[in-house]
Structures are given as C-alpha cells and as structure tokens.
Write a protein that binds this ligand. Structure first.
Ligand code: NBP
Length: 481
C-alpha cells in the first residue's frame, strides 16, 4: 500500500478535500462510485501535491481503493448524507480490518452518527463523525474541522486533519471536540448559528433599505464600515460584496433574486434537537421559520392582497445616521444572544450524551475556515477559558457590556421596525429572550396557576417549600401534595 489515507466521494467537497490533503504532503487514495469523477480529478489535478511530496492515487474499485491504504487504514467518506453514507459503509465494512478508521465528513445527523459508531464498533472498526465547514473553498484551502469519535482514532487522524485545516496564529481550526456523535452535533449547531447570523444580517439590510431609505450600494458601504469593528466577519464582508454586485442588466443583484430562502435541513435539525433538550434557541428557531415563511409564496400573495398598505402609511421618520448606528448595535446585541444560545445548546447536548466538549475550544476552531468565522469568537474562547463552567455567555464582562451598551438602540430598532411594519423576528425574539432572562418575575407564575386550575398540575410557592394544589372547582382551599 502506498497511501497514508483514502477518500471516497469525489463530488465538489470530496474532490477539494482530497486536493488539500495531497497539497499537505500526504499520498491519498481517491475513489468514487462513478469512476468518471476519479478520472477527471486525476486528469485535471494529477500533479497536486508534487511540490510537497503528496499525491493523488486514483483507484477504480472499492477493493483496489482499500488495498492502496496503509494499515490501520483511515478512510474518509464524503458522499451525500443519509442513504449514500449507509450504502458506502455497507460496501466498505467487509473490506476493512480491525482497527481501521472510517471517517464520515458529510453533513450527517448526529443520531445517525451515534448509530453508525455502534454498528462499526461491533466490527472492531472506529467510526469518526466529522463536521467539515467552509464549503467548497474551505475544503480546498483550509476548512474548520470538528472531529468526533474516540481519542484513539484521533491520534491517527488528528495530525492529518490539523495539517489541512485553516490556521489562526499558528493554531489549527481543527479539534477533537468530543466522543461519538459530538463532531456532527457541534457542526449542526454551527449551521444553526449560521442561519441566525444570516437572518440578523438580512433584517439589518431590510431596515436600512425600507426605513433608512438606503440603496443596496450604499448599504454595501455601511456593511464595509461595520466590518472594520466588532462585527468583523466573513458573512458581513460577503454581504457588502453581494449588495454591491449588479447583474448583466445593471440591476442590483439582490433585487433580481427570488425572495424565497431554501434550506437543506441543518437549521431544522438544530431546532428539533433544541426542543428535545429544552434549550431556548430563539434566534436560530426564528431564522429557520423566517426561511420557511419566505417560501410560502401562495400565503404571502393572499396576505399581500388582503392587507396591503400604502407606503406612506408605514413611513417612519428617522435620522438616517443615528438609525444606521442603532441597527449596528441591535445586530451586535442580537448576534451575541444567538451565539450564547448556540453554545448553551452545545453544552446541553454534551451533557445529555456524555461528551466532554470544551466550549472555548469550539469557539477557537470557528475563528477561521468556517462560514461563521468572526473576530468576536476569540472573546468567546476567552470567556470559557476564564470560567469553564460558565452559566451563560451573556453575563461575562465583555458580552454583558456589549449588550448593555446596545440595549437602548436595540429597543429603538425593534420598536421602529414594528411601527414601520418591517418584520424583524430574529431581532425581536433576541431582545425578548434577553428581557425574559433579566426579568425579576415572569408571567410563568400565571401559567402555573392556570395549569393547576384546569389540570391539577400543582405548583410551588415563593414563600415556603413543597408542592401545592388549590381546589379550584371546590372550596378554593390549598393543600400540600
Ligand atoms: P453530494 O452531497 O452532492 O454527493 C455526491 C456524492 O455522493 C458523489 O460522489 C456521489 O457519487 C456520491 N453518492 C451518492 Br449521491 N449516493 C451514493 C451511493 N449510494 N454510494 C456511493 N456514493 C454515492 O456532494 P457534495 O456537495 O460534495 O457534499 C458531500 C458531503 O459534504 C455531503 O454530505 C454534504 O452535506 C457535505 N457538505 C457539503 C458542503 C457544501 O458546501 N457542498 C459543505 C459542508 C459539508 P456519484 O458521483 O457516483 O454519483
């Protein structure tokens, strides 16, 4: 065998990941169900890695592929998540030997990863669910890599993955985030946060355009400016680039794209998991529902016809410069809330499944390579380093100050949006979440009273311990249960 590692599944992601691995001096065996993809990769990039001692080794059959890899083998699988992954695993298992490591780099659901881990461990094989973020470009030039599975598997796999990952200050954006399905769980929440981030950016754009009356090119300038401060991130810069772009006819690109956002499912998975875990990730949930609302074109058309308003009716006078700055503050505060919620979910998932996840390290490996890469992730790492058992990121000095400084502007923006009829589900729900957390007394007390009244669900009192029920249908006496 001449390859130190192998990769099967050579569509856009697998092909770029294989090239990245070869460039880093590794001899990698490559395979694809349809051989034409393998042939074209070798034709176009056959000399990849020649400078560094790496190379791509093309193989046709799965038998030839497995035989080309040194033992214990590391086999990366980069195929369509779901049935594709199961099919490849079923074909691979009979060809592998005890101690070999199968690494699923696709966007698997973490519960599938937990199932597959058990399935492969029964054969004496390691299974490593690994989240790879950064899209096509990241796969080629340095993604962010979230590795699950056992410590033992990471000893063999880790050095290769760390070498091909993005790096910040010499540190790789790759880590063994936890055992079993932890890699895919963390990747799922990463994608959920990405949904929230994009929704907040979209709401900011809508407000700057609809309320402040700025044109896309001017909004691009605003985002460019924001990218010089605390909001500096890949998505903010990309927003400036997209808003500046015009199509061949000279129209702002953002005006010619249909306004129905699609989704592949990771946002939905994040929300489903959060519901199971009981973690209020309101920012991610609202972002996911906002995408689904945008896609309900028939309902939107019906509602537009029924409830259309004249533009004058919704005109709200604002001082443009002040408003732009208020939107910036609202965006930052809402973003802090969305990330705090995402990290709460990772913590809850880790506890539920018994994974030892270092949240500071998770923030660290998201600083580059992935879609949500941002300057302020360094602050999250610092917060968890100072206090590993942090209750919520919101109360750490840096973030508390950021939210407190922005809260007046945040309220102003949400109120202005409501008056102007501009939907801001992510801004609004993040503010409500913040207010919900900081409130001395919540109306949850009334809910408890109602539950006891109609269902005898009992309640606790503020003034003494115990569980109580009031005889609502009888003499209204209170009894201890
Ligand atoms: P796709 O998700 O489009 O999958 C295409 C690949 O799966 C091809 O190699 C195809 O082989 C193979 N495949 C299928 Br489909 N069914 C198979 C089966 N039954 N047996 C063997 N191979 C099968 O590719 P992609 O967009 O490169 O994504 C790969 C993985 O990476 C996915 O899990 C995706 O969710 C994840 N991911 C993608 C991105 C992104 O930006 N695209 C980012 C991060 C993660 P064929 O050539 O023979 O049809």
């Amino acid at each position: 065998p001449s390859a130190t590692i192998g990769l099967t599944g050579l569509a856009v992601m697998g092909r770029n990941l294989a090239r990245n691995i070869a460039r880093h001096g590794h001899a990698i065996a490559v395979h694809n169900r349809t051989t034409a993809r393998t042939t074209s990769l070798l034709e176009e990039h056959g000399d990849e890695g020649a400078d560094s001692g790496g190379r791509l080794i093309g193989t046709e059959s799965l038998e030839e592929f497995v035989a080309a890899i040194e033992k214990p083998r590391v086999v990366l699988v980069m195929v369509k998540a779901g049935e594709g992954t199961d099919a490849v695993i079923d074909d691979l298992v009979p060809l592998l030997e005890e101690g070999d490591i199968v690494v699923d780099c696709g966007n698997a659901h973490f519960t599938d990863t937990i199932r597959r881990t058990e399935q492969l461990e029964a054969h004496g094989l390691h299974f490593v669910g690994t989240g790879v973020s950064g899209g096509e470009e990241g796969a080629l030039n340095g993604p962010s890599i979230m590795v699950g599975g056992s410590d033992r598997a990471y000893e063999r796999l880790g050095p290769i993955m760390e070498s091909i990952a993005a790096h910040v200050d010499g540190e790789p954006c790759c880590a063994h985030v936890g055992e079993g399905g932890a890699g895919h769980f963390v990747k799922m929440v990463h994608n959920g946060i990405e949904y929230a981030d994009m929704q907040l950016i979209a709401e900011s754009y809508d407000l700057l355009r609809s309320v402040a009356g700025l044109e896309p090119a001017a909004i691009a300038d605003v985002f460019e400016e924001w990218n010089k401060g605390e909001l500096e991130s890949f998505l903010i810069q990309m927003t400036a680039d997209v808003l500046r772009h015009t199509d061949a006819g000279g129209h702002p690109f953002v005006d010619v794209v249909q306004d129905a956002a699609e989704q592949k499912g990771t946002g939905r998975w994040t929300v489903q998991s959060a519901l199971d875990l009981g973690v209020p990730i309101t920012g991610i949930a609202e972002a996911t529902f906002a995408r689904s609302l945008s896609g309900h074109t028939a309902q939107r058309a019906a509602a537009r016809t029924m409830f259309s308003t004249s533009p004058d009716e919704q005109r709200v006078e604002v001082d443009r410069d002040t408003f732009v700055d208020q939107v910036r503050a609202a965006l930052y505060a809402s973003k802090v809330v969305a990330y705090a919620q995402g990290f709460d979910q990772v913590a809850a998932g880790a506890e539920e499944h018994g994974w030892d996840v270092d949240l500071g390290q998770v923030a660290k490996i998201w600083r580059d390579g992935c879609i949500i890469r941002a300057r302020f992730l360094g602050r999250i790492t610092e917060a968890y380093t100072d206090e590993p058992d942090l209750t919520t990121l919101l109360t750490t000095p840096f973030f508390a100050e950021a939210v407190q400084d922005g809260v007046d502007a945040w309220r102003e923006v949400v109120a202005t949006a409501a008056r102007a009829g501009v939907p801001v589900p992510a801004f609004g729900s993040s503010l409500s979440y913040f207010d919900g957390l900081r409130r001395e007394r919540l109306p949850a007390a009334l809910i408890q009273a109602l539950r006891d009244n109609f269902g005898a669900h009992t309640y606790q009192r503020v003034d003494r311990p115990g569980t109580f029920h009031t005889a609502w249908a009888g003499d209204l006496s209170e009894s201890e249960q």
